[in-house]
Design a protein around this ligand. Structure first.
Ligand code: F0G
Length: 458
């Protein structure tokens, strides 16, 4: 018999979690104004709010924490991180930052100005936030297949190269500071970008003289999909694939809270010394001196170790198989999900789940609330709340997809937890026709409203 698949690690430390009653959850979600960001974590049984900073570090990473060098300048921990970034990702210059959006803030301060246009594949919300905050515009060039959850495409994170070329052709070079390629593409469902597409973007960038930035939070998961789905890469190692991927980029921003499997941290990787020097000034202003940038030495050590672990094939197989497992359980129950299943999360199609609700009722957020009430499982909305208002017209933006994202923390939950989540959502699906009204906004912030918004039942 062929041996079944099993995790590439065993568990040394556990953390208790607690079930609650439906009555308790009814009260808690009301007190949280139907915004799951406002729940306390002990009001949640299984927390799939995000895979960001929620992973379990390994014994090797914890031992690296003990070796952290807390010198203000020139710490050995900085050089450990520098070596890992150069060896694994191929960037000569780097700046540490406290997390991914801080990397965006520093780099965009050096690159993006009012009136600019930044094409990319479904820019992540903080990336878009940092572009729009500077009165520049993010233009989405993702392939159209990404917006139909029922259509299979192995690389739904790909950019439509014709669309991209149109943007590059029809605007003066001076107002396009960079192209952003998000690997994997979080907003389209944790979907990968193929190597062929990365090459295509590079060619267009060279043709029009524009730089390419990879938003790299889940670059290793992207490499896993290239290895397992793209012809010609099946015999290449993850690390070879990662190096080739980044060879098509001029710069990278990284939220290390994902594929470097740490709880906090980020960085910018660069090839240009000139840009490194320009960005260093902003790093010192916003983050900290260039050899720590908002991170402690122990955290830089754990991050460097995490980059090695996160680019290991067996680890990635364990990780992505678990996400697939949850996705396939949901498919068995008939629940509509973005297919193929993404790298870090399962994205449930709320428009197909709750077709009776108008979009003004925030379908995906309503589904988030229903899942929480059903079983104490916390997912997150990727829909109209997150899409925010148009910065000029101040009208609500209703995106093509209304999604409930179930993001799986790395090395944290077992497949029993996945079964629990799938069953809970199947129960909601079974009674979905009884959900006849959704939510309205009572109070919201002027930008990035989804974190703090207050909602009420309609
Ligand atoms: N880019 C991508 C693709 C992301 O998914 C995130 C964060 C960031 C940048 C920003 O990084 O949080 O370290 O500042 N995504 C988290 C999520 C928050 O839940 O998907 P950060």
């Amino acid at each position: 018999m062929e041996l079944p698949f099993a995790e590439s690690y065993k568990i040394k430390m556990v953390e208790p979690i607690r079930q609650s009653t439906r009555a308790e959850r009814e009260q808690w979600i009301k007190e949280a104004n139907y915004n799951v960001f406002k729940l306390r974590s002990n009001q949640v049984f299984i927390d799939l709010l995000t895979d960001s900073g929620t992973g379990a570090m390994s014994d090797r990473q914890w031992s690296e924490m003990m070796l952290g060098d807390e010198s203000y300048a020139g710490a050995s921990s900085y050089f450990k991180m520098k070596d890992a970034i150069r060896d694994l990702l191929g960037f000569e210059y780097f700046l540490p930052t406290h997390q991914g959006r801080a990397a965006e803030n520093v780099l965009f301060s050096a690159l993006v100005k009012a009136g600019d246009i930044v094409p990319g594949n479904s820019h992540f919300d903080t990336t878009k936030g940092h572009i729009e905050f500077r009165k520049a515009k993010a233009v989405d060039c993702t392939i159209k297949e990404a917006f139909n959850t029922a259509v299979y495409h192995p690389f739904k994170g790909n950019l439509d190269l014709n669309k991209l070329e149109d943007v590059l052709k029809s605007n003066p070079r001076e107002i396009i500071p960079l192209i952003v390629v998000t690997v994997t593409c979080n907003s389209s469902g944790g979907q990968p970008v193929s190597m062929e597409n990365l090459k295509g973007v590079r060619q267009l960038a060279d043709k029009y003289g524009v730089m390419v930035l990879f938003d790299s939070a889940r670059f290793a998961e992207n490499a896993y999909f290239i290895k397992t789905r793209e012809a010609g890469y099946e015999h290449r190692s993850i690390r070879e694939i990662v190096l080739e991927m980044f060879s098509y980029a001029d710069a990278m921003t990284m939220s290390s809270k994902k594929d470097a499997i740490v709880n906090m941290g980020g960085f910018i990787g660069l090839r240009s010394r000139e840009l490194f020097e320009k960005a260093s000034v902003f790093n010192i202003m916003f983050e900290g001196y260039v050899t720590y940038g908002g991170m402690s030495g122990r955290d830089m050590n754990a991050l460097a170790q995490g980059l090695h672990e996160g680019t290991d094939f067996e680890y990635l197989k364990t990780r992505i198989s678990q996400v697939e497992y949850l996705g396939h359980r949901l498919i068995e129950f008939g629940v509509p999900v973005q297919q193929p299943i993404g790298g870090h999360a399962v994205f449930v199609d709320a428009k197909r789940f709750l077709p009776q609700l108008p979009k003004e009722h925030f379908q995906a957020q309503m589904l988030v609330v229903e899942l929480y009430l059903e079983a104490g499982v916390r997912g997150v909305e990727i829909g109209a709340l997150l899409a925010d208002r148009d910065p000029e017209t101040r009208e609500n933006r209703f995106p093509a997809l209304e999604l409930l994202r179930l993001a799986i923390p790395r090395r944290v939950y077992t497949n029993n937890h996945m079964d629990y989540v799938a069953t809970a959502l199947a129960n909601v699906y079974e009674r979905s026709n009884t959900i006849t009204s959704g939510l309205k906004i009572v109070n919201e912030a002027p930008i990035m409203r989804h974190f703090t918004v207050d909602l009420a039942r309609i």
